[in-house]
Design a protein around this ligand. Sequence first.
Ligand code: SF4
Ligand code: SF4
Length: 386
Amino acid sequence: MKGWLNNLSKKQIILLLSIILFSVFIIIAGELLTPKKATLELSDFSYKKSIKYNADKLGVTGKNLAKELGLDISVSKNKPINQLGVSQEVFEHSIEHLLGHKDATIKYYIYFVLFIFAFFYLINLGKPEKLDNKYYRKKYPRAVYNIVLIITVITTGFLLGKSPNPMESGVKVFKTMVGLYPDPINKVMAFIFFIILSVIGNKLICGWACPFGALQELFYSVPIFNKIKKVKLPFILTNSIRITIFIIMLLFLFGIIGDKKGLVIYHYINPFNLFNLDFDYPTILAVVVISLVGGLIIYRPFCNFICPFGLISWIFERVSIFKVRVNFDLCNKCNACVKACPTEAMKGIIENKKIYADCFSCGRCLNVCAKNAIDYRGSFIINKKN
Ligand code: SF4
Ligand code: SF4
C-alpha cells in the first residue's frame, strides 16, 4: 500500500486527491439532500388492525404484507389480522422483517463512490507510473483492493444494513410484476442504477461495492489452500445451476408452481441478512456459512452459483463499455493472465469468445502480463503500447 502510494506520479496523486474530494462531496451532499424519514418501531403496528392499515404504515402493498404473513396474496386486506389465522408471533416477526428492508438512500451514494474509485483504479491508479511492468508481475498492489473491500463490507454492509443491495434490486423488479410493491418505479430505478454502473464498468458493482461479494472476495484472498484454488469450477456447471434457481424463483413467484403466488425463494437463502444479523430461517445461516467457508477455496460461491444479480449482470457484460481488454498485437499467449484469473473469464477473453464466464473486474489479470498487453478500457480507446 505504501509502495503503491509512493510510486504514483504527480498526475496520479492529483487524480487520487480529486476522487477523494469528490467522494466526500457526494456523501455529504447525499446526506444533506436525503429527506429524513420517521423511524418506525414494532409498537407502531397493530395486530388487531387490518393488513391495509399496517401495510400503509410500512410503505408496502397489502399483497406484500400478506405474503410475509404466510397468507395468499388475494386474502382480504380489510379484515383484522388476528381474524386471519395468523399468530401474534408471526405478525411481529413479519413486521420486523419488513422494517429491516427500509431503504437507506445514503447507501446509493456510497455505492457510487466505491464505483468511481474502482473505475479509476483499474484504468489508471492501479499501475503507478513510476514503476515498471516487471514490478507489477511480482508484487501487484493487491493490498489496495483488499482495503477497499473491507471498507465496502463495513459501510454498505454492517453499518448501513442489508438494503438496498444489488441482489435485492434484481429480485424486486420481478416482485413488482405481481404487485408486491406500491412504488414499482422506485424499484425499477434502483435496478437501473446498479445495472447502468455494471454496464459502464463491467460488473464493478459486484467486484468492488457489493458487501456480500466483497466478503467472499476477502475470504478467497486468505492465502490458504492455494493449490486447490488453482482448480476452477466449470462455468457451464455454475451458470446452469444459477439459471435453474432463477427459473424456479420465477415459477414460484408467478404461482406457476406452488399453491400461492408471490413466493420468493431467495428470501430463504438471502445472505445479505447477515448485515442485519437477522437469520429468519436456518437456510440463510447455512448459505452464509457455506459461501464464506467454501469461499476459502472456491471463488465467490454465492455469486457464481446463486445470485440473480450476478446472472443478470453477466448477461449485460456483453455490452459493458469499460472492461478487461487484450491487445492481441502484443499478446504472446503465455497464459499468465489465465492462471491469475479466479474464474474462466480470462480464458474466454484471450480466446476471443463471445460468451465467457463472469469477470468480476477484480484486476488480478491486469498486471501479470509480461507484454503489458492487458488494460481496463473502452473499445473506443486505442491501446497504443507497442
Ligand atoms: S453476484 Fe455477488 S457481488 Fe454481485 S450482487 Fe450478487 S452477491 Fe453481490
Ligand atoms: S482476473 Fe479474471 S475476473 Fe479478474 S478482472 Fe481479470 S478477467 Fe476479470
